[in-house]
Design a protein around this ligand. Sequence first.
Ligand code: XIL
Length: 334
Amino acid sequence: AQKSLKEAYKDYFPIGVAVSPRSVAGPEVELIKQQFSSITPENAMKMGPIHPEKNVYNWKDADAIVAFGEANGIKVRGHTLCWHNQTPKWFFTDSLGAQVSREELLARLKQHITDVMTHYKGKIYAWDVVNEAVPDTGKGIYRESKFYQIIGEDYIEKAFEYAHAVDPDAKLFYNDYNTESAVKRNKIFQLVTKLKEKNVPIHGVGLQAHWSIYEPTQAELEESIMQFASLGLAVQITELDVSVYPKEHERRQKKEGEGSTFTPEMKQKQAAHYKMIFDTFRKHKGAITGVTFWNVSDKTTWLDNFPVPGRKDYPLLFDQNFKPKKAFDGVVNF
Ligand code: XIL
C-alpha cells in the first residue's frame, strides 16, 4: 500500500491541512484521518467568525474542529488572532460609531486574545498571532491597517505579549504570504528582527506558501527558509497550495477560454514543482517544524473563483474524487 503523507514525513514535521466544520464531518473525513497529523481551522478561529460582536463569542465551529482533532489524535494549529481581514467593524468602533482610541483598541485586542487562547489553552500547539501585517510593496514595513493606524507599530509586539501571557507553551508565529519575493521578505525580516531584538515572545515565521506551478524558484524558497531560521526562529509552511495558473492572471481579467482546465502539461509541471518543494523542505529539516496544506482536495479549494471569478483551480495533492494525484507520488516517495 502507498504511504500516507503523515507516515512519509513522520521523522520530519507534522503534515497539516486547513479544515472547516463541514469538512471534518463530510466526505473528506477519511482522507483527513488517513493523511494528516495536524489541522488548522480555515476560518473558524478568525475574529469575525469567533467574536462577531462585542462580548459575544461563537465557539461552536472551532470547538467542533478541536474536538475532531482530539478524537483522532490530530494536533491543532490556531489561525489567527490579529488580522486586518475578516475582522468585524465593531472591533474598531465605539457604541456611537466613532473610531476607538489606542487604549481602547489595545484593551479589546488583549481581551480577544486572552479569551480565545484561554478557551483553547493546552489544545493548540502553535498560533498565528499576527497575520499579514507587512505590505507587499512601498517604503514602510507596516501595512496601513486599522490596527496600525489606531495603535501604531507596537500593536504587533503587544499581540505577542498578550498571547504568551495566556499560554506560555504555545509556539507563537508571525504569518504572511509572498515571503519569497525579495522585497516582501526583507520587510518581514526587518520586522521580525526588531521583535527579536526587543525580546518579544515570537517563536517562528509562517510562510503561507500560496504558490503556483511557476513559483517560487528553489533558490527563493531556500533563501526565505534560511533567512528566518538564521534568527533562531522556527519556520512553518502554513497554507500551502500550488495553483496551476500564473500569478499574473490575478492582476488582469480572465481571458476568454483561459482557466478551468487541468491539462497534462499542468499536471506534469505541478508534480515536478511539488517534488522540488518537498525536496527542499526535507533538506531544511530542523528549520521547518510544520507543513500545512490549505484545503484537502481539488474538489473544494478557496482558489475556486478566487482571484478570478468563474475559474476552477487544482492546487492540492488529491483530486476532485479524493484520489492522490501525480504530484502526490513525488512528495511521498523519496
Ligand atoms: C481564506 C479562506 O480559505 C477562505 O475560505 C476565506 O473566504 C478567506 O480566507 N491568507 C490567510 C487565510 O491567512 O486565512 C486565508 O484563508 C487565505 C489567505
